[in-house]
Design a protein. Structure first.
Ligand code: ADP
Ligand code: MG
Ligand code: ZN
Length: 497
């Protein structure tokens, strides 16, 4: 019997509002502990929450971007639990009447393209952060930082439409891209701006009923989501194969050991005793609010990808890579605007730039190379000023020498090393002068009479050797096209001799 995995994700995204969801405290990340707090987010008795209009607007943007039906009226509820990161002892969330429901996004390409349903999107507040003095189990004390407490979150709950760890990661990447395109979340998984819990079950292939699920928590990167799901699918499959029953439970991913560990069973699950939040009126969303939000939606990743294929003639793959991140797509389009050769720009950005950025763990917004540098480089190659191989050297030097400078996206700062600087300093300018190259070609032909004879006898490979020798004589700076033309012309001319 073969088995099939079924996965549904619950994703929490921190919204980029300037202030918290129910008070006026700032939401800046990384400030000194407990400096962004007030009686409301500290849960003092007698305080009243006031809903942040921007937080609702941001959530509505995501709901519109994912085709959800938006509730004309939704409600907040209290989710009761005791944990020291939440001083009220309840989290204000949405339960029975969420802001939006029944949307979808698409993942994959070509025949593997599929629709993944979004069950609901609701608004809630984040909790604070516990800092344990040492390992959590053995810490003598724990400190709490309430700066994050009350930061707005949206929870995006998918339908159980995903069938593999790869699909789950694709879905997560697409969700993240949409959030970042909408400018409502920075999408940083390591800093916790985007968090994901995965519900997994396994069933006999072809079955239409859902198996008993486990919920896996504590994965803070795409790689960990992928690894955790693979492990959990394997674990559940083995149990089913052995004829064992699956118990519904919550499990924690342990990245060091590469396993999931039982955290609590269904019997131990919290009863949150949800009830409507009496301190907040229902959220009423009318067409007058939605209309400008709908009109103001930016071009989203799928649409931008399709446009890149149509407008720039890029292969779907390239367009997908370039539009996966909004800032990368912006960078690319800026480069093409400055030097209108879309395919060449795509190659440099996708292969060379992304290669270096990935190697160094940098985001495009931290790129030491600016779009202007890419354009300058393409122009230098096009005009024959430098060769394709020298271009690579120039690119790497511009990248390396501007590292540590301000990110290129912030604008070209004074004192940056430019493409022109490197070409000049390294004397990398290509020799395209036919007279100078002709002299070198003649020397090569004279020095390798036997190879010339072999070529005449029909050994085409000898030609490549002669080109190589001429390139070597110019220390790689000869224009290969001019050298090729000169060699062909001379070998043809001398053929009759
Ligand atoms: P819970 O009440 O435990 O949170 P829900 O039914 O609300 O469970 O679903 C939460 C998430 O789990 C959703 O993303 C949903 O798609 C997914 N899910 C529900 N049942 C299953 C299942 N049997 N297998 C895999 N995922 C599931
Ligand atoms: Mg759940
Ligand atoms: Zn506050």
């Amino acid at each position: 019997m073969t088995f099939e995995a079924v996965i549904g994700l619950e994703v929490h995204a921190q919204l980029l509002t300037r202030s918290k969801v129910f008070c006026g405290c700032a939401t800046t990340f990384g400030e000194a502990p407990n400096t962004q707090t007030c009686p409301v987010c500290l849960g003092m008795p007698g305080v009243l929450p006031v809903l942040n209009r921007d937080a609702v607007a941001f959530a509505l943007k995501m709901a519109l971007a994912t085709g959800c039906t938006i509730a004309p009226s939704s409600r907040f509820a209290r989710k009761n639990y005791f944990y020291p990161d939440l001083p009220k002892n309840y989290q204000i969330s949405q339960y029975e009447q969420p802001l939006a429901q029944h949307g979808a996004i698409e993942i994959g390409d070509g025949p593997s393209r599929k629709r993944v349903g979004i069950r609901r999107i609701h608004l809630e507040e984040d909790a604070g952060k516990l800092v344990h003095a040492g390992a959590m189990e053995s810490a003598a004390s724990s400190l709490v930082d309430f700066n994050r407490c009350g930061v707005p979150l949206i929870e995006i709950v998918s339908e159980p439409d995903l069938r593999s760890s790869e699909e789950a990661v694709d879905y997560l990447k697409k969700l993240r891209a949409i959030l970042v395109y909408l400018d409502i979340c920075d999408g940083n998984m390591e800093e916790g701006s985007l968090r994901c819990d995965a519900n997994v079950s396994v069933r006999p292939a072809g079955s239409t009923v859902l198996g008993v699920k486990t919920e896996v928590k504590n994965m803070n990167s795409y790689r960990n989501v992928q690894r955790a799901l693979e492990y959990e699918i394997q674990r559940l499959t083995k149990r089913l194969e052995a004829g064992e029953r699956i118990v519904q439970e919550t499990r924690l991913w342990d990245a060091d050991q590469g396993i999931t560990l039982a955290m609590r069973s269904k019997e131990e699950a919290h009863d949150y005793r949800y009830f409507p939040e009496p301190d907040l009126v229902p959220v009423v969303v009318d067409e007058a609010w939605l209309q400008p939000l709908r009109a103001g939606l930016p071009e989203l990743p799928d649409a931008r990808k399709a446009r890149f294929v149509g407008q720039y003639g890029l292969p779907g793959y390239d367009a997908g890579v370039l539009t996966a991140s909004r800032r990368l797509a912006d960078f690319y389009e800026e480069g093409v605007r400055l030097h209108p050769d879309p395919k060449a720009a795509s190659n440099w950005v996708m292969v060379e730039l992304l290669g270096l950025l990935n190697r160094d763990g940098l985001d495009i917004t931290e790129s030491p190379v600016a779009a202007q540098d890419v354009a300058d480089l393409l122009e230098a190659v096009r005009s024959g000023k430098i060769s394709g191989s020298a271009a690579k050297t120039v690119f790497e030097k511009v990248y390396a020498e501007n590292r540590g400078e301000r990110g290129a996206m912030a604008g070209a700062a004074a004192g940056r090393v430019t493409v022109a600087d490197v070409i000049k300093r390294e004397a990398l300018e290509q020799i395209s002068d036919a007279g100078e190259l002709a002299r070198i070609v003649d020397e090569v032909l004279a020095a390798h009479a036997s190879v010339v004879a072999e070529y005449r006898a029909g050994k085409e490979k000898s030609f490549t050797f002669l080109v190589g020798q001429a390139m070597r004589a110019t220390r790689g700076k000869g224009n290969p096209k001019v050298i090729n033309d000169l060699l062909r012309a001379r070998l043809a001319r001398d053929a009759g001799k």
